[in-house]
Design a protein around this ligand. Structure first.
Ligand code: SAM
Length: 287
């Protein structure tokens, strides 16, 4: 099968099947061989690897992944793409396409059944409308993971990487950094896709931590604190957390914990590091 990274080949297959792009599925297909090579190189795929691809589209990146990996499972929601994938991936015996909504699949079970519970690599040019839910469900479902190498909106990639003191710092930064080490590996302009997205894109690799980088007694509790802090970003922690009904905390409890940590009683959540959120969560659990 012709390399779909070459724009003319993609156009031919789209015309052959009279394919209509579905905006609601975030369909922007890659048409740049050097970007495709960079993604696969960044994911460090070898023949020992089991790769989950989310949203193969017409199979452009899938072809590259099939060449490099041992096994590839590609999950595509759009039924109209399935016959196209049958043609574009026909020569690969190591690719399985599943027609499903990735958010409704049990990915832990998939990794357990198809890769004997060993860590998998996720590689995807993600549909941008569900970037955060996909990443969070990969981490929170307990799916055994080695790394996630994904194309996302440029601003979202930056949000995953930053620390306190920047306006982009938030719950997503902390969640990603709790589970993984984020590294932006490429910036990708709109003209590398058909149709062109209205935003810039970036490829980011999230390498799963073997051990969490902080000691926290109850990570659900820590993430509840984090969410409440950034929901009320402009409030002090004492006000923000005591206002959040799900936490059942008083202003005094929060102030005491914050002061115990050597911080000012008027500190805001957006200035805390992951280690400080972990410490605060442990103090409040013990209180
Ligand atoms: N991988 C292809 C490429 O790079 O050219 C296509 C990438 S396109 C940005 C995103 C793909 O994800 C589309 O094929 C879209 O139909 C698919 N998709 C969107 N939502 C999905 C979902 N919930 N589950 C699985 N696939 C989804």
């Amino acid at each position: 099968m012709a390399n779909l990274g070459i724009p003319q080949n993609t156009i031919e297959i789209l015309q052959k099947y009279k394919f209509n792009f579905q905006k609601k599925f975030g369909q922007n297909f890659l048409i740049d061989t050097s970007v495709l090579e960079r993604i696969v190189a960044a994911a460090q795929i070898t023949k020992d690897d089991f790769v989950l691809e989310i949203g193969p589209g017409i199979g452009t990146m899938t072809q590259y992944l099939a060449e490099a990996a041992g096994q590839v499972v590609a999950v595509e929601i759009d039924k109209a793409l399935i016959p196209i994938l049958e043609e574009t991936l026909a020569e690969y015996t190591n690719v399985t396409v599943i027609n499903a909504d990735v958010l409704k699949l049990d990915l832990k079970q998939l990794a357990d059944e198809r890769n004997g519970g060993k860590p998998i690599k996720v590689v995807a040019n993600l549909p941008y409308y569900i970037t955060t839910p996909i990443i969070m469900s990969l981490f929170e479902s307990g799916t055994p993971l080695e790394s996630i190498t994904i194309m996302v909106q440029k601003e979202v990639a930056e949000r995953m990487q930053v620390g306190p003191g920047t306006k982009d710092y938030g719950a997503l930064s902390l969640a990603v950094q709790y589970y993984a080490k984020p590294e932006i590996v490429a910036n990708v302009p709109p003209n590398c896709f058909i149709p062109r997205p209205t935003v810039g894109s970036a490829v980011i690799r999230l390498t799963r931590h073997q051990e969490p980088p902080v000691d926290v007694m109850d990570d659900h509790h820590m993430f509840a604190l984090i969410r409440a802090s950034f929901n009320q970003r402009r409030k002090t922690l004492a006000n923000g957390l005591s206002n959040a009904p799900e936490l059942h905390l008083t202003r005094d409890q929060v102030t005491q914990a914050v002061e115990k940590m050597g911080l000012s009683a008027t500190v805001r959540g957006e200035t805390l590091t992951l280690a400080q959120f972990a410490e605060l969560s442990n103090l409040l659990k013990n209180a």
